[in-house]
Write a protein that binds this ligand. Structure first.
Ligand SMILES: NC(=O)c1ccc[n+]([C@@H]2O[C@H](COP(=O)([O-])OP(=O)(O)OC[C@H]3O[C@@H](n4cnc5c(N)ncnc54)[C@H](OP(=O)(O)O)[C@@H]3O)[C@@H](O)[C@H]2O)c1
Length: 224
């Protein structure tokens, strides 16, 4: 199978296309033929081995991902695809299922033709894809949407809330707007000028342009 390996931290050029054997699933695993994955700010930090602006977070990240060089050879944290084979004890999935999820905590990532994913594991998730999503849409959903949902539930979101989503056009923010509206909250989203119509189309009641002058930004405080 084809896979993008990275054997040192650095710019996108550290990713090298290589031929590897297709991995063999164990009894509790699924072998997924990957159809789509994502490039997010988080993946680019892991590829570079740097969290911009924070030595402390960079150090923590290196402890997890490898001090001098990446511990895990294949990058990629989100995926969608088709189940190719299932292990003997797998009960919730079968060959041919369209699935999506995260490769968090696995030894290999999703920038490859195939990925072995356990049916359940501590750090990641896999689920059947809704019929309404394309592979590209499904792959772009798990981490941003789960992060947004986690934060909003932690904030005990309710319909009487006024919520400010700073970075409303990004991976986390675009899901946060939709989830906050689902809960009936009033949403103010902050983004650049070119994304104002996007955040409104996602449901934001008010959109604020962070590139505008300080008076414009004071509107946020007045709205809240
Ligand atoms: N993605 C994840 O799953 C995840 C998980 C955990 C934590 N995080 C953290 O959550 C944060 C957002 O991640 P993301 O993946 O959503 O990033 P992203 O997709 O790059 O989105 C960044 C957002 O910030 C906005 N923005 C950029 N510069 C800004 C400024 N000066 N003032 C206000 N807004 C500004 C962008 O608006 P424009 O695009 O309109 O410029 C965009 O809405 C990051 O700190 C990330 O490390 C992300």
């Amino acid at each position: 199978m084809r896979a993008y390996l990275y054997q040192s931290y650095g710019p996108p050029e550290v990713l090298q296309l290589a031929e590897l054997p297709i991995p063999t699933p164990g009894g509790k695993d699924l072998l997924v033929k990957v159809h789509a994955s994502t490039v997010t700010p988080g993946v680019s930090y892991v590829r570079q081995g740097i969290v911009p602006g924070s030595t402390f977070k960079t150090l923590l990240m290196r402890l997890v991902f490898g001090i001098r060089k990446p511990r895990r050879p294949i990058l990629g944290y989100e995926f969608s695809g088709i189940v190719e084979t299932v292990g003997a004890t797998v009960t919730q999935f079968k060959k041919g299922d369209a699935v999506y999820g995260t490769a968090t905590g696995l030894n290999a990532g999703s920038y490859a033709d195939y990925l072995v994913v356990p049916e359940t594991w501590r750090w990641g998730v896999i689920a059947k894809m809704p019929d309404t999503l394309s592979f590209e849409q499904a792959a772009a959903l798990p981490i941003g949407a789960m992060t947004a949902l986690h934060i909003l539930l932690k904030a005990k979101i309710k319909s009487s809330d006024n919520i400010l989503i700073y970075g409303g056009s990004g991976s986390v923010g675009s899901y946060a707007i939709q989830i906050a509206k689902y809960y009936g909250a009033r949403v103010t989203a902050v983004c650049s000028h070119s994304n104002l119509s996007l955040v409104v189309s996602l449901g934001a009641d008010t959109a604020v342009d962070y590139t505008k002058n300080i008076l414009e930004r004071w509107k946020i405080l007045l709205i809240l």
